[in-house]
Design a binder for this molecule. Structure first.
Ligand SMILES: *Cc1c(COP(=O)(O)O)cnc(C)c1O
Length: 239
C-alpha cells in the first residue's frame, strides 16, 4: 500500500465496486463513487476527479467554500456529506447537487426555505441512525415514514433516498446487517408515494466496508482513505 497514487486507488476502488456489483447481480454502472475529500487540498481533489470519481463529498462547509473558490471541483458534481449546521445552510444550498446528511426535520425545512429564496430545488438524502447510536445524528428507522410525510409539502426540496453511517465495526462484513436494514427500509418506503420524494439512492459504504454495502444495494459509496490514503488533520488552532 506504500505510495499508491490517487489514480491507482480510484482504479482499484472502481474494480472492487464492479466486482461486488456483479456478485450481487447488479449493474456496476448504477453505483457512484463519491470521493470523501475532507482534509485533502484542491490539487488532490482535482487528481481524484481526473482519475474518474463520480462526485466529491465534503464534510465541512468552510473547507468546501475555500476549495470551491480554488476551482477544486470543476468537472465533477459536489455533494455535502457531513453534519450541516443550520447557520451554514445558506452557503450549501445550490452550491452542491446533493446533501446526504439531513438529520432532522428542522434542517429539512430550513433547506427548503433557503432553496426557495434562491429559486431552486435542492436534492437531499435523509440520514438514518441505523445503529441507534447516541453519538450519531439521523432519523430513527421507525420515524422515516413521518419524515417523508413531512417532506411532502416542502416544494423546494426533493428527497432522493437514504444515507447511513453504521457503527464502527472490526470488519466490513459485520456491517452487513446494518446495510441490509437500510435496504429493507428503502424498499418499504419506496412503495409509499409522497410529493417531493423520489427514492432513488442509498448512500452507504466507506473505505472499510463499501464492497459489502454494494452487495446490499448501495448506489453511492463514500470513500476517503481508500482513495486519498490516511487523513492528516491539521493541528487544532489555539483559540
Ligand atoms: C470521512 C467520511 C467518509 C469516508 O471515510 P473513509 O473511511 O476514509 O472512507 C464517508 N462518509 C462520511 C460521512 C465521512 O465523513
Amino acid at each position: 500500500m506504500l505510495s499508491m497514487t490517487i489514480a491507482e486507488n480510484v482504479a482499484i476502488a472502481k474494480k472492487n465496486i464492479a466486482a461486488a456489483a456483479l456478485r450481487a447481480g447488479r449493474d456496476p454502472g448504477e453505483i457512484l463513487l463519491v470521493a470523501a475529500s475532507k482534509t485533502n487540498g484542491a490539487d488532490r481533489v482535482r487528481e481524484a476527479i481526473a482519475a474518474g470519481v463520480d462526485a466529491c463529498g465534503e464534510n465541512r462547509v468552510q473547507e468546501m467554500l475555500e476549495k470551491a473558490a480554488l476551482g477544486a471541483y470543476e468537472g465533477a458534481p459536489l455533494h455535502f456529506i457531513g453534519h450541516l449546521q443550520r447557520n451554514k445552510v445558506k452557503h450549501v444550498v445550490g452550491l452542491v447537487s446533493l446533501i446526504h446528511s439531513v438529520d432532522t426535520l428542522e434542517l429539512l425545512r430550513q433547506i427548503d426555505r433557503a432553496a426557495a429564496q434562491k429559486g431552486l430545488v435542492q436534492d437531499v438524502l435523509l440520514e438514518i441512525n441505523i445503529g441507534a447510536e447516541a453519538s450519531k445524528s439521523g432519523f430513527a428507522p421507525e420515524d422515516l415514514p413521518a419524515a417523508l410525510a413531512a417532506a411532502a409539502p416542502l416544494s423546494n426540496i426533493r428527497v432522493r433516498g437514504l444515507m447511513a453511517v453504521p457503527p464502527i465495526c472490526a470488519s466490513g462484513e459485520e456491517n452487513r446487517r446494518y446495510f441490509e436494514r437500510i435496504q429493507q427500509l428503502f424498499v418499504d418506503n419506496c412503495e409509499k408515494k409522497y410529493d417531493n420524494v423520489r427514492m432513488d439512492f442509498m448512500s452507504m459504504g466507506m473505505s472499510g466496508d463499501y464492497e459489502t454495502a454494494v452487495e446490499c444495494g448501495a448506489h453511492m459509496v463514500r470513500l476517503g482513505t481508500a482513495i486519498f490514503g490516511e487523513r492528516h488533520y491539521p493541528e487544532k488552532q489555539a483559540t
